[in-house]
Design a protein around this ligand. Structure first.
Ligand SMILES: [Zn+2]
Length: 374
């Protein structure tokens, strides 16, 4: 198989561990129509990333008694997997409209409406020309493409992140996962960037701070790239902290010095050298720099949002760090131990590609079993 996927699978492993510890089912949201956002040529950000994760989850549920709920939010089609824990729950119009309003809050009406209009008009033009409604539009920058359906795919992705925040904040779950694409953490207030159109982590965090009882949110970004878009948006929001571990030098070529930034001192950048491994760099910086900024006696967040990219793996084609699958489980376990058992954590997929789909599926599942027994 030559498809490249995200290492979101690793996060799922961590989620299994978390769910088991809390004796609660884990809800994982995905959109089976995400493939309508796609390039016309090879692009590392592609729907095969999600497909591979779902295949791995399907296998996992067949072979274990772990209780997972997989929620397909696509408005069309049927759940293809014949398993009892797969559901299709399209968002009602009001939820999507709410997500749209949150995106306007964090970007601007002009930004959101510009993409929406571009997609709608292009779709209508194709229909008028007798073509299928789905078509490629083009690139918004060097890396970020859109199709006629991209706006709606991204809107559902935003709604998934918001729903995950709701689930954990309402105490129905202590863990939830938005298995969505495209990623979002590079999208700034005013610009799509680095495969990202809208910023979902920022959207979920801003939504969360409107939720009763949620005063503070920390966004932890362990994607190997700096989420400069999140920093750009939350810099003005004192109730939200953002901490990023990322390879330097690497795209987007900012966040290159370690330190606290912003007028509210709410952004921490923790650069990692390209040859970092868990033992050499990651472990020390994660425990000594990242975790204390996530939560401390003078900053006790009501929600942790993890921007979960898996591109620090040694197998990734877009970065040079050398984590292995188990290291993401270690970070998840350290985070939970640092926060305590009542911590509310949601994860959302960011970057990560791997050419060895089957190998990674098996590796991740093996690791899950190991973790559950440990
Ligand atoms: Zn990345």
């Amino acid at each position: 198989m030559n498809a490249h996927i995200t290492q979101g699978l690793l996060l799922l492993l961590a989620s299994f561990f978390q769910a088991r510890a809390l004796s609660l089912s884990t809800r994982i949201f995905y959109d089976s129509s995400n493939h309508m956002h796609r390039d016309i040529q090879y692009h590392p950000e592609q729907s095969a990333r999600i497909d591979a994760c779902l295949d791995a989850l399907s296998s996992y549920m067949r072979t274990t008694s772990q209780h997972l709920d997989l929620i397909d939010v696509s408005p069309v089609g049927q759940v293809s997997q014949k398993q009892q824990n797969w559901f299709r729950e399209p968002f009602p119009h009001a939820d999507l409209e709410y997500a749209r309003q949150i995106l306007i809050d964090i970007h601007s009406a002009e930004f959101v409406e510009s993409l929406e209009t571009k997609c709608r008009e292009s779709r209508q033009r194709r229909i008028d020309e007798g073509k299928s409604a789905l078509g490629f539009i083009g690139y918004l920058d060097d890396d970020t493409y859109i199709t006629t359906e991209s706006f709606h795919v991204c809107l559902r992705a935003a709604a998934c992140w918001i729903e995950c925040a709701n689930l954990v904040l309402n105490s129905k779950r202590n863990f939830s996962f938005a298995l969505t694409r495209p990623p979002g953490h590079h999208a700034t207030k005013t610009l799509p960037n680095g495969f990202c159109t809208f910023n979902f982590a920022a959207a979920a965090s801003v939504h969360a701070t409107k939720h009763p009882g949620c005063e503070k949110v920390t966004i932890l970004d362990w994607d190997v790239h700096y989420g400069q878009g999140v920093a750009d948006i939350v810099e003005d929001l004192p109730n939200i902290r953002y901490v990023s571990m990322h390879q330097v030098p690497a795209f987007p070529y900012t966040g290159q010095s370690r330190g606290v930034h912003g007028k509210h001192k709410n952004i921490l950048t923790v650069p990692i050298s390209p040859d970092s491994t868990w033992a050499c760099g990651y472990h020390e910086l994660f425990t000594e720099k990242v975790l204390p900024f996530c939560s401390s006696p003078d900053w006790e967040p009501d929600l942790i949002i993890v921007c979960s990219g898996y591109d620090a793996l040694s197998s990734d084609e877009l970065a040079s760090c050398s984590l292995v699958a188990e290291d993401y489980g270690k970070m998840t376990r350290l985070l939970r131990d640092h926060l305590g058992d009542n911590a509310k954590i949601m994860f959302g997929l960011e970057g990560g590609k791997c050419p060895q789909v089957q190998h990674m599926c098996l590796k991740c599942i093996d690791y899950t079993e190991f973790t559950l027994q440990g």
